[in-house]
Design a protein around this ligand. Sequence first.
Ligand code: FBP
Length: 552
Amino acid sequence: MEISVLQKLRYGYRPKLPASLSLDTGDIGVEYGAPTESVSDHEALRELFKNTYGKPLVTFTRGGNAGIGQKLRVGVILSGGQAPGGHNVIAGLFDGLKKGNGESRLYGFLGGPSGLIDNKTVEITADMVDEYRNTGGFDMIGSGRTKIESPEQFAASLETAKKLELSAVVIIGGDDSNTNAALLAEYFLAHGSSIKVIGCPKTIDGDLKNEFIESSFGFDTAVKTYSELIGNIERDANSAKKYWHFIKLMGRSASHIALECALQTQPNICLISEEVEAKKLSLKQIVDSLCDSIARRAAGGENFGVVLIPEGLVEFIPEMKTLIEELNDIMAANDGEFAKVEKESYQEIISWLARKLSGSSESLFLSLPAEIARQLLADRDPHGNVQVSRIETEKLLIGMVEKELAERKQAKTYKGKFSALGHFFGYEGRCAFPSNFDADYCYSLGFSAFVLIASGLTGYLSSVRNLSAPAEQWIAGGAPLTMMMNMEHRHGSQKPVIRKALVELEGAPFKSFTQNRDAWALKTSYLFPGAIQYFGPPEIADITTKTLKLEH
Ligand code: FBP
């Protein structure tokens, strides 16, 4: 197979490990902390996770570990959206297993969690790992979004794991997939099986985060990739001085990606969904405020600019949120009926829906451009989420801003020129070659997952902390999955889930942004971060995100 020069050079990159994991495996010791509690709903979760609730935190230190040299058979799953570094988690896990005992084996479940349910596996060999070291993508074994949900799916998962005589299953995924990991760990124990389940925190969205998981992997590379592109667009905007660029950025719910990109590139405007929700801003208020900024720049002769829009914005605008919730319920409750009308003309769908929506949602739905209304009706993902990556919020806002500015022109309150272009940066960032940070972090997470398994632990998320320090000073260990959980209302009932970490309006990254945003809105202050540097001095090649630095 032909490979690029960069790929060849990246094969030779040796990921850095925390000092505790660089020891001879026999010298890696395990230190146990105090028992833990869930985020909230302690009683309900203690009841649901009778065998796995409340385990202690774990840190690896110099010491000894009786189980480390045992022969292990482990299965690994890549779950959910791609994130740069997934292959390195597998490489770290593989190298750890082989270092512990050369006869240990690693199996990859093909196509995500469905590979476990349907027993679709491949043995991961040394040659295979070498072909994917330090590369982006999940193509080594593929990924998928199947949720292990029904009793039959849980039973089939256990049966596969037993058939393969596995010692453990490692699930590399986001909050939903790791909720599944917690449930699976509990299920295995409750059904008398000693097969362990360990999670690894993945998602470019950056919303699987807490005291023990400082960042999910992939966020670093994705935001650097988007920031390079935004910087290039800013330079183009500042050269041509004729377009407003409206850029939607991936990140299903949380605005971490948009916020980090704003800190890296200093655009004129960056909307933050969490702030929109907290201030209960309506679509009209958002559009008015965008127009005010555009008009202020126009008054200074600057008829160009850059606006960043988080992908999940629509779900945080109160009236849109209500509309989406109503649509979710209608679609779930009228599955068959909806499928029938779906085939009819768009007008028929609208009048069918209009009969079911509340008065205010109906008028909002009818006021939306047909294309956006259609996108709101697209299939939900297996976890019941609206597929926000498919909703063209950037186009919705451009259309509404154009209309509002035209009205202001007529009223002679605005004299500028407005020509806008829409962009969506999402899939471009999910499979990039992992930055040195993600390459190191992922390798460490995989290696740490091996130590957790060898130490006989289950229901843990591999944890590597102190990430804003050099890799040797990172702290490796594990955090019990139940300590990240609470009960939430999902599809009509209370479900145990890992709490999503949204942007904190009291947090340092958001505060740093609000201190500067008024200046950036008026005066062109763009920063051009350029491409990810894979080689070179550590201050540029090993740099981490501003979010991580500000939070720690
Ligand atoms: P995960 O939460 O599974 O990591 O996926 C995140 C994400 O990349 C979101 O940013 C985006 O909304 C979604 O996946 C897109 O999903 P899909 O790959 O199914 O189109």
